[in-house]
Write a protein that binds this ligand. Structure first.
Ligand SMILES: NC(=O)c1ccc[n+]([C@@H]2O[C@H](COP(=O)([O-])OP(=O)(O)OC[C@H]3O[C@@H](n4cnc5c(N)ncnc54)[C@H](O)[C@@H]3O)[C@@H](O)[C@H]2O)c1
Length: 345
């Protein structure tokens, strides 16, 4: 397939680009290159003849239409977004522009292109979203595709808005869309402001390891390469107009997760004292959702997808990757806001 991927210089987008190239697809990566972008994450495939990149803002419809007309995609995978909840608390406006207006602009550009090409049935617009649109769970229950939307942060509200726009463009204009909502991802090339890289980097730098509140918030973790695999299954075989929840059935409290990382570091890079001694509890995030957990039955049963690694295996791979790729994350530490506490109001 000829797939146009937005946000391909980000954490998940770069994993999708690397995997799609390996599978033989032709990829156009478009990305605005914000603070969260890292083209070095694509070093392994950037010279491949099936890969090309253009710096484009998804809010610029003319640039999108021009790019679509030249590349002629069979499918669009829309990952470009502002993605850090703490930043959405401090400065929501970029989240509104990129996540809502940007999605509107790319939907319109896609509709224009699809119509011009004779409305091919095989065309797909795949919107990549988050389980955070469903809000927060109590001690029991799982998010299914039928769970009502109840976003709580500016980030999740902007993603929920974009999901509604995507569904409306299908219902109103017939645009052939598929939609996915995934749980928290982790793995190599994760930007060093998100929980898991922050923990690894602070731990090996001898600094305090911050945990929000009491560390009892629960997340359902999925290895990023398993997410990329699921997304490529959906773009190939997903049913038009349908949404798929993606998750690894790997629930852990933030404290359990951090303790697991500390034990891995104790084994892989021992120091005099256990890394867990560096754990410190800090003021909680405002509106911090208590628990996310995904029921991935639909994608497992209908598209035959399943995660390839457990949380313990994926965390081990991730910790090893950060120990072996210090140049990658050290180069990102000077970027604005990285390393400081954000989102406290
Ligand atoms: N990280 C997660 O755990 C997770 C889980 C579920 C869903 N998602 C969704 O997956 C997508 C990718 O997430 P991520 O973690 O890779 O994000 P990221 O922040 O690592 O990457 C986002 C990329 O989008 C680009 N971008 C931002 N604004 C843009 C604009 N206006 N025009 C073009 N490009 C722009 C950035 O430069 C960056 O390369 C997002 O839509 C996010 O909501 C993320």
């Amino acid at each position: 397939m000829r797939i146009l991927i937005t946000g391909g210089a980000g954490f998940i987008g770069s994993a999708v680009v690397r995997k799609a190239i390996k599978e033989g697809h032709t990829i156009k990566n478009i990305d605005k290159l914000t603070y969260a972008a890292c083209l070095e994450s694509l070093d392994s495939i950037c010279d491949h003849p099936n890969y090309s990149f253009e710096k484009i803002d998804v809010c610029n419809r003319d640039d999108l239409i021009d790019c679509f007309n030249r590349f002629k995609p069979d499918a669009i995978m829309h990952l470009a977004a502002e993605s850090h909840v703490d930043r959405s608390i401090d400065a929501p406006s970029t989240f509104i522009y990129t996540n809502i207006i940007g999605t509107y602009e790319i939907l319109e550009a896609s509709r224009h292109f699809w119509k011009k090409e004779g409305q091919p049935e095989s065309f797909r617009f795949h919107h990549i979203s988050t389980d955070e649109v469903y809000g927060s769970l109590g001690a029991t229950g799982l998010f299914t595709e039928k769970t009502p939307y109840d976003p709580k942060s500016p980030y999740s509200a902007s993603k929920a808005s974009s999901d509604h726009l995507v569904r409306a463009w299908h219902e109103t204009y017939g645009l052939p869309i598929v939609l996915t909502n995934c749980s928290n991802n982790y793995g190599p090339f994760h930007f060093p402001e998100k929980l898991i890289p922050v923990v690894i980097i602070k731990a090996i730098s001898g600094e305090k390891i911050p945990i929000y509140g009491t560390g009892d918030n629960i997340r359902d973790w999925l290895y990023v390469e398993d997410h990329a695999d699921a997304l490529l299954s959906v773009i190939k075989d997903g049913e038009i107009g349908r949404s798929y929840n993606i998750g690894g059935k790997n629930e852990a409290t933030n404290l359990e997760l951090v303790q697991k990382i500390c034990v891995l570091l104790d084994n892989l890079q021992p120091q005099k004292t256990p890394y867990a001694d560096q754990i410190t509890f800090v003021t909680d995030r405002p509106g911090h959702d208590q628990r996310y957990a995904i029921d991935p039955s639909r994608i497992i049963n209908e598209l035959n997808w399943k995660p390839s690694v457990t949380l313990d295996e994926g965390l081990r791979k991730t910790v090893l990757w950060y120990l072996e790729n210090k140049d990658w994350w050290k180069a990102l530490q000077d970027r604005e806001g990285v390393g400081s506490r954000l989102g406290k109001i």
